[in-house]
Design a protein around this ligand. Structure first.
Ligand SMILES: Cc1cc2nc3c(=O)[nH]c(=O)nc-3n(C[C@H](O)[C@H](O)[C@H](O)COP(=O)(O)OP(=O)(O)OC[C@H]3O[C@@H](n4cnc5c(N)ncnc54)[C@H](O)[C@@H]3O)c2cc1C
Length: 385
């Protein structure tokens, strides 16, 4: 049984089907849609350049899967090996893949008025695309990747008043200030009002949001507010089931098995696992991680113990904003030093190395894809040595 019909769940089902797994596969997903790709939701799907069908994952080879879509898992009974769904159904399993991903973080005590959006699902994308049209004033709270990508996409659509409000001194915090400063300059050059180092104090409006109040006293008029505040693991349904959670993510061993259960694995954004002695327990919210971890987790679940393979992977991430191809690999968050080793301002190109002590732990590039591949190879060799 697979719970979660996103990338990790889809790839888990596909790996089993491709391997000729003879058992029954049931996939439970709370969205009404078959699995689809999320990265375009802030980029080409939001812009309308591609349609929903182009975001859908191929279902070939998955004819035998029983799809239970549009219904959430409510509770896990580890002892009886059952998942209870919100519609009251109970599904028994021999092996379970947890792939419920993450949800957009909510603003606490948000006023119950119209105009607020988050962006995690296809339905969110449709709602945002319908609301954030030219002529509307859009405020994006949070200058992380999703906030910045949406700003770039909306400017490309001709939405002329787009403001990003970011609490930190710089946007794109996870890739460090060097890339963040340059990305902010490109956003400003493209007409986005980037406000960093300032927080949101509240929202004004009767039935609809009318303004975003900042901590410095200013009020930004807005008809549309995107709350891009990061994410939280979808693990409410696992509360008190006996599985160990690490900051809400399912704590696994290096084979993706949930700690304390020999018939449950987890994969993708919902999983936390010990990557190596050096890096400790990590939880990675990158597309490539869900793509690779889903198959490893599913294969280990059905393999005899001696054939299980540890999951090791160098995190890699990309983001597209205007003509910027921002990429990172490794563990930039764990760095104590970022060094620019190459820059070409005319091409908006940049290469930054991330070190902890004397050790290279990651790299960030803008418009320098080939350089990133080299760093990734180096980090992979180190991880496997
Ligand atoms: C707008 C956007 C843009 C992104 N862009 C990039 C990018 O450019 N580069 C990059 O590397 N990464 C990007 N990501 C991140 C990437 O998409 C995720 O890392 C990836 O989707 C994780 O896959 P997953 O299967 O673990 O989780 P998800 O894709 O979140 O899928 C989990 C599924 O489980 C469902 N679910 C949750 N709870 C339950 C329940 N109780 N019962 C049943 N089903 C449940 C969810 O609704 C969802 O359908 C982006 C994400 C978003 C939202």
């Amino acid at each position: 049984m697979i719970v979660g019909g996103g990338l990790a769940g889809h790839r888990a089902a596909k790996a089993l089907a491709d391997d000729g797994f003879g058992g029954k596969i049931t996939l439970v997903g709370d969205e009404p849609h078959y699995p689809y790709d999320r990265p375009p939701l802030s980029k080409k799907r939001l812009s309308g350049e591609i349609d929903d069908d182009a975001c859908a994952y191929a279902l070939d080879g998955l004819d035998e899967v029983e799809w239970r879509l549009g219904v959430a898992a409510k509770r896990l009974d580890l002892e009886r090996r059952r998942v209870v769904l919100v519609d009251g159904a109970e599904i028994e399993y021999d092996g379970l893949v947890i792939a419920t991903g993450r949800a957009a973080r909510r603003w606490p005590n948000l006023p119950a008025i119209e105009g607020f959006h988050t962006l995690r699902s296809l339905d969110d994308c449709h709602a945002l695309a319908a609301a954030a049209t030219p002529g509307k004033r859009v405020v994006i709270v949070g200058g992380g990747f999703i906030g910045c990508e949406v700003a770039a996409t909306l400017r490309g659509l001709g939405v002329d008043q787009v403001t990003i409000v970011e609490l930190a001194d710089q946007v794109l915090g996870p890739v460090g200030s060097e890339a963040g400063v340059r990305a902010a300059a490109v956003h400003r050059g493209n007409g986005v009002d980037v406000r960093s180092g300032v927080s949101v104090a509240g929202f004004d409006g009767q039935d609809r949001v009318e303004a975003v109040r900042l901590s410095d006293g200013e009020a930004l008029a807005a008809e549309v507010v995107l709350l891009a505040l990061g994410s939280v693991p979808n693990s409410e349904w696992l509360a008190d089931c006996g599985l160990e959670l690490a900051a809400g993510a399912v704590l696994c061993d290096e084979y993706c098995f949930a700690v304390g259960a020999d018939d449950v694995v987890a994969a993708g954004d919902i999983a936390a696992w010990p990557l190596s002695d050096k890096h400790g327990v990590v939880s990675i919210e990158h597309w490539t991680n869900a793509r690779d971890m889903g198959p490893t987790a599913a294969r280990n679940l059905v393999a005899p113990p001696a054939d299980r393979k540890p999951y090791t992977s160098v995190p890699t991430f990309w983001s597209d904003q205007y003509d910027l191809k921002i990429k990172s690999c490794g563990f930039v968050k764990g760095a104590d030093r970022l060094t620019i080793v190459d820059e070409d301002p005319e091409k908006n190109a940049l290469v930054v190395e991330a070190h902890r002590g004397d050790t290279l732990v990651g790299a960030i590039t803008i418009n320098r894809n080939r350089a990133l591949l080299g760093y990734r190879r180096k980090l992979e060799e180190e991880l496997s040595s």
